[in-house]
Write a protein that binds this ligand. Structure first.
Ligand code: ADP
Ligand code: ZN
Length: 295
């Protein structure tokens, strides 16, 4: 029997899963993220009972995805206490001696959605999650997009909505998307948690303006076939038509967009986008027997 493993490593939880060759999930577990040692021991205890042939990891970051770097495979400068400079990829490779695919949580989710979910009929798509933070992943011509590092789409600069003077929720930037549009920014403006805000609240116009502004920039830069939106804040489904309308307004007719209801969509795989992406990447890694694993 052939088994693939998936690890969605999050700052709050680690979601681990094992699947068969057809990527049917056989077992899964959610572990609270404690110290690296404790959490990794729990991860090992879960996977040790399966003869894995490959693993896929989608991790919170920032992470080092540059295979030429001496800290390739590390979680690097995360604010998460205890997790700075942790060799997550190396620990898993050492334990299981199998090919391991390594990317960001959002790249993995983008990959899962592109192959099996909302992006099934595309080769290039963007996945953006709007939750505690904002993160984006991209698949371009069938491959997850990484360069010297990985995209940090949540921290692009945005122009402020007229009259919006709220303090940014991002400690690094006064005017970035995450600082002005993630869940904590909604709470800063209103004093109410996003999930408790009325669908008719004025805040959603402002929220849609920021998200649409970001989507305009991604559209102009990467021209994806589809943009898939997830995360807790996007459970406010009234945002979708507002974002589409705002994007159209902000683009000012410069680009002829695909039909907007098909271009800007929600996730199809629900909470499984990342897990399915990791499993697919594991399967692929196993098939190509990468140089990086052989060396
Ligand atoms: P995380 O980003 O930590 O993985 P979520 O995607 O659920 O988790 O994001 C949590 C953030 O999203 C919090 O700031 C929360 O207030 C906000 N949020 C969660 N659910 C909703 C909702 N239904 N509507 C608006 N905001 C929400
Ligand atoms: Zn920022």
């Amino acid at each position: 029997m052939t088994y693939y493993g998936s690890i969605e490593a999050g700052g709050t939880k680690f979601f681990c899963a094992v699947a068969d060759e057809q990527l049917n999930i056989i077992e899964r577990i959610n572990l609270p993220t404690r110290s690296p040692k404790v959490t990794l021991d729990e991860v090992f205890a879960f996977f040790d009972t399966y003869p894995l042939i490959a693993l896929g990891i989608g991790s919170f970051g920032p992470i080092d995805v540059n295979s030429k770097s001496s800290t390739y495979g590390y979680i690097t400068s995360t604010p998460k206490p205890g997790w700075q400079n942790i060799d997550l990829l190396g620990s898993l490779k050492e334990r299981y001696q199998v090919p391991v695919a390594w990317t960001t949580d959002v790249n993995a989710a983008a990959y899962g959605e592109m192959h099996l979910g909302a992006g099934k009929d595309t080769e290039s798509c963007i996945y953006l999650t709007v939750g505690t933070g904002v993160g984006g992943g991209a698949v371009v011509n069938g491959t997850v997009l990484q360069g010297f590092s990985h995209p940090e789409m949540g921290h692009i600069s945005v122009q402020r909505y007229p009259g919006d003077t709220v303090e940014s929720a991002c400690p690094y930037h006064d005017n970035c998307l995450e600082g002005l549009a993630a869940g904590p920014a909604l709470e800063k403006r209103t004093g109410i948690k996003g999930q408790l805000l009325e669908a008719t609240h004025d805040i959603w116009e402002i929220e849609a303006f920021y998200i649409a502004q970001a989507l305009m920039n991604y559209t102009l830069t990467l021209s994806p076939e589809k943009i898939i939106l997830g995360g807790g804040v996007m459970k406010q489904t009234q945002l979708f038509p507002k974002i589409r309308a705002s994007l159209e307004r902000q683009l000012g007719g410069y680009v002829a967009l695909p039909v907007l209801e098909d271009y800007i969509v929600g996730c199809d795989l629900g909470d499984n986008s990342g897990t399915m992406g990791c499993l697919l990447l594991a399967k692929e890694k196993c098939e190509i027997k990468s140089d990086e694993f052989v060396s």
